[in-house]
Design a protein around this ligand. Structure first.
Ligand SMILES: NC(=O)c1ccc[n+]([C@@H]2O[C@H](COP(=O)([O-])OP(=O)(O)OC[C@H]3O[C@@H](n4cnc5c(N)ncnc54)[C@H](O)[C@@H]3O)[C@@H](O)[C@H]2O)c1
Length: 337
């Protein structure tokens, strides 16, 4: 069987990482038809938008996409392609695992965290305006429907993956109505999962950050509104070696887009220095989503073994291997496995 997958290489380091990753995934022997569509800075001059309709159409058709990072101008210009894509396709769950890797020097050895971030609302709803010349306001949207949906996703994920605890993260002591509703919704869902072997607790987000850098082993699956999820997932990436190794998935009922946590790192673009691990591991998440568990295990094992052996290690992890060399080493290992 051939899997038809939308491929969005993206901006900055994205195209190099996409080349390395497709090469690795093909080394499993699975057949892919990559439907390449472009989004991002390069498309503005051609289509007048960084997100041409053809990109959304392709994902609606293939239902699965592998995506590199896309640059978002700070403080001006087009709305984030990433946020628009997630909202347009209702990719409501942003799943970001953070797991220690042997050979990657960090403060902790046994971090194994799953971030489940609500992906469609909160301050990312994009409702903001200036109030006169010297003030501005952004509106934080939290609904019971979206909060219960993401909490259910977290519990279902925990059950399906042999996890033991779900922690809801919020700031309901201050935002009593919006974060209060998020927490109330998580509690409602937790009550429905009582007796299924999953413990439930909640933490205030500032305390959660402190606890994560001191005792990450206390946590398991975390469920968070959009903005806290974005920030806390970068923190968790930092616990396991940084953005170069942090994969992610955006999952909805009718489509899923797999992309790393990191951005387009423009200063490294075209230099063959960026670490492709985060996109390769996003590809592993894609294989699991497609039901290709054995192939996913082979790719993940090859990445972990090569880093642990210490001979071909990407530069951000203290080694000397470029994007292509590391990707090829992983592909060769898979082909030999
Ligand atoms: N999902 C996405 O497409 C996404 C996510 C985050 C940021 N962005 C965009 O990316 C652009 C740059 O953002 P930024 O600089 O804040 O974040 P960034 O993730 O691009 O870079 C942050 C730091 O991590 C390093 N880094 C990131 N990925 C790496 C990799 N694969 N290998 C080695 N080092 C890596 C960078 O060099 C930099 O030091 C912005 O326009 C931002 O909006 C896009």
């Amino acid at each position: 069987m051939t899997y038809t997958v939308t491929l969005i290489p993206g901006d900055g380091i994205g195209p190099e990482l996409a080349d390395a990753t497709t090469n690795v995934l093909e080394a499993t022997g699975l057949k892919f038809e990559w439907r390449r569509v472009d989004a991002g800075e390069s498309q503005i001059a051609i289509h007048g938008t960084p997100l041409p309709e053809a990109v959304l159409e392709s994902i609606r058709e293939t239902k699965v996409a592998l995506k590199g990072p896309i640059t978002t101008p700070v403080g001006e210009g087009f709305r984030s392609v990433n946020v628009t894509l997630r909202q347009a396709l209702d990719l409501y769950a942003n799943l970001r695992p953070a797991r220690s890797m042997k050979g990657v020097v960090t403060r902790y050895e046994n971090v194994d965290l799953i971030i489940v971030r609500e992906n469609t609302e909160d301050l990312y709803a994009g409702i903001e305006h200036r109030v006169g010349k010297d003030a501005a306001e952004s509106i934080k949207i939290i609904t019971r429907a979206a909060s219960e949906r993401i909490a259910r996703f977290a519990f279902e994920y925990a059950i399906a993956n042999g996890r033991h605890k779900v922690t809801a993260v919020h700031k309901a002591n201050i935002m009593k109505l919006s974060d209060g509703l998020f927490l109330e919704s998580c509690r409602t869902v937790a009550a429905q999962y009582e007796g299924k072997g999953i413990e439930f607790e909640d933490r205030i987000v500032d305390n959660m950050c402190m606890q994560l850098v001191q005792k990450p082993e206390l946590y398991d699956v975390m469920v968070l509104p959009n903005l806290y999820g974005d920030i806390v997932s970068d923190l968790c990436a930092g616990l396991v070696g940084g953005l170069g190794v942090a994969p992610g998935a955006n999952i909805g009922e009718s489509a899923a887009v797999f992309e790393p946590v990191h951005g387009s790192a423009p200063k490294y673009a075209g230099l063959d220095v960026a670490n492709p691990t985060a996109l390769i591991l996003s590809g592993v998440m894609m294989l699991r989503h497609l039901g290709e568990t054995a192939a996913a295990d082979r790719v993940e094992t090859a990445v972990r073994d090569i880093i642990a052996e210490g001979r071909t290690v990407p530069k951000d992890l203290g080694g000397t291997a470029g994007t292509r060399a590391f990707g090829q080493a992983v592909a060769d290992r898979i082909a030999a496995s």
